[in-house]
Design a protein around this ligand. Structure first.
Ligand code: C5P
Length: 213
């Protein structure tokens, strides 16, 4: 599977569909977050799957265990490839999410990449989620090798905070695509560097080539 996940942080279905069709040679998994899911929900999942691609549903579930468990069951019915829960939901919530049968992959958010934190805190949360049966974490590129070393190669590390060059936006803990892959990321999540580019297809192609290591 290709390593770049495109974050479809756009408001409308047509724009999302155009992006999926144009970037499909370089991307296998598309991320849907609240921005698009609240607009187009099920139709957008269907459109991505009809194009032969997979969906990463990034709604960062953080609620009481019973609600999170049922949310994971609903996501399973949608046929998504992966979804996120928030690690601060705690042990009982994480275990409830992981207990769903035939479920999508679950990745737990450690600490948002827009927040400054210590690697030890990210690692503490990664270890907790692993013991609860979660498949991997969302972390910044700066913690990949530490998590892989402590939690093992099979434990997925998925990293947003990917930047092609220095920027001044809200992401604080960042790295380039090739650095994140070299460090061992299973997937990198990229939004604005592609979405806001003059030529999104060229940028998606460039990132794809830079991650063929
Ligand atoms: O535009 P940008 O490349 O910063 O997009 C990153 C995407 O990853 C956004 O959709 C954001 O919601 C998501 N994300 C993140 N940090 C996390 C989890 C998800 O930036 N810890």
């Amino acid at each position: 599977m290709k390593k770049t996940i495109l974050a479809l942080d756009v408001y409308d279905f047509q724009k999302a569909e155009r992006l999926v069709k144009e970037t499909s040679p370089y991307i296998d998994v598309y991320k849907i977050g609240p921005i698009l899911f609240l607009q187009a929900g099920k139709e957008i999942v269907k459109m991505i799957k009809d194009n032969g691609k997979e969906v990463f549903l990034d709604l960062k579930f953080h609620d009481i265990p019973a609600t999170v468990k049922r949310s994971v069951e609903s996501a399973r019915e949608l046929g998504v490839f992966s979804l996120t829960v928030h690690s601060i939901g705690g042990e009982e919530m994480l275990k409830a999410a992981a207990s769903v049968e035939n479920r999508p992959k679950i990745w737990a958010v450690t600490v948002l990449t827009s927040q400054i934190t210590m690697p030890e805190e990210v690692l503490r949360r990664a270890k907790l989620t692993k013991t609860c049966g979660i498949d991997g974490v969302i972390s910044s590129p700066l913690e990949i090798s530490l998590i892989k070393k402590e939690c093992g190669k099979e434990f997925n590390v998925v990293t947003p905070g990917i930047r092609l060059a220095k920027t001044n936006d809200d992401q604080k803990r960042v790295a380039t695509p090739e650095t994140a892959i070299k460090e061992g990321a299973d997937f990198i999540v990229i939004g604005r560097p592609i979405l806001e580019a003059e030529n999104p297809i060229e940028v998606a192609k460039n990132i794809y080539e830079r991650t063929l290591l």
